[in-house]
Design a protein around this ligand. Structure first.
Ligand SMILES: [Zn+2]
Length: 304
């Protein structure tokens, strides 16, 4: 439907500095920025690339029509940010966005109910991102990314000692989330692709988390309270597809277990399924209170 897409002209008006003795220069003909048509494959566009994250649609949490949590269930506070390329698109509605957010919450709650926990949504937004953030550099070249060499005696201690940092792109994206959630809530963002190093090798990732055990530099707090999800992206400006049903729960598992590690247990959430053990539930509830509650704890210290 590219032929029907409106060409939007962005007008940049020069700002003049006007001191007491300075006359404002006459405004020349304002330069006009015309979007590339059809859009580039990666949705990059000189008219749009300098923009930061920009709100497109804010969904009222009540509009998600979520069932009330079971009595006694513990809330995990989250912000949900479905991101799109900044080109205009009339191909989706708020109802489509609501369906996407609802699915993420329902799928994740279906898993976390095993631990008597549920998502408490603080924000649900559709946000436009420039190409540099849609194709996100998740960590630095050569990072271990929570995947130490096989045979490492204490993987969590190894990860802690790497002192990995959020990338500039991650900080820009995650800072947006912190404007719309409480400090220790966990924000989830979709992106179209993640550049990610695992055990120093460039890898594909369907999701990415930044657990405090790995990302504990004080300047990265509280932005690291964020995870990334990778659904399928279509045309620039279109709403991406649905998120896999266990991806958000798995990334939350890393955050709440405070570890990049995985389970060897059959069908476990942190392996190849959705099950959670009693020990995992106990650890997650303790970390939820310690790391994602009201207390501020930029660095939880080395694992004991
Ligand atoms: Zn994982």
């Amino acid at each position: 439907m590219l032929a029907h897409r409106a060409i939007v002209a962005l007008v940049i008006i020069p700002v003049a500095a006007c001191g007491d003795n300075l006359a404002a220069p006459a405004l020349d003909a304002a330069p006009v920025c015309v979007l590339i048509q059809p859009p580039a494959d990666d949705c990059s566009d000189p008219c749009l690339d300098e923009r930061g994250p920009t709100l497109v649609a804010e969904i009222a949490v009540g509009d998600l029509a979520l069932a009330p949590p079971p009595a006694g269930s513990t809330p995990i506070r989250v912000g949900l940010f479905y991101t799109i390329a900044p080109q205009p698109s009339n191909g989706w509605t708020n109802a489509d966005a609501i369906a996407r957010f609802r699915k993420i919450v329902v799928d994740t709650n279906d898993i976390f109910v095993q631990c008597d926990m549920h998502l408490e949504v603080e924000a649900a937004q559709v946000v436009a991102l420039p190409a540099r953030l849609l194709d996100l550099q998740g960590n630095e070249e050569g990072s271990f990314g929570g995947h130490p060499p096989p045979g490492t005696p204490d993987p969590d201690l190894f990860d802690y000692q790497q002192n990995e940092r959020l990338t500039a792109e991650s900080r820009e994206l995650f800072a947006y989330g912190k404007l719309h959630t409480s400090k220790n809530a966990i924000s989830a963002f979709t992106v179209s692709h993640i550049v990610y190093y695992s055990n120093q090798q460039l890898s594909e990732a369907g999701g990415l988390s930044n657990p405090p055990n790995i990302y504990h530099h004080v300047d990265d707090y509280p932005y690291r309270n964020s995870v990334i999800l990778v659904p399928t992206y279509g045309a620039c400006g279109a709403l991406p597809g649905e998120v896999d049903r266990r991806t958000f729960a798995h990334e939350l598992g890393h955050m709440l277990l405070n570890s990049g590690g995985h389970s060897t247990e059959f069908r476990n959430l942190m392996n190849d399924g959705t099950r959670l053990s009693t020990a995992q539930c106990t650890a997650m509830r303790a970390n939820l209170d310690r790391l994602y509650g009201t207390a501020e704890l930029p660095d939880p210290g080395p694992p004991s």
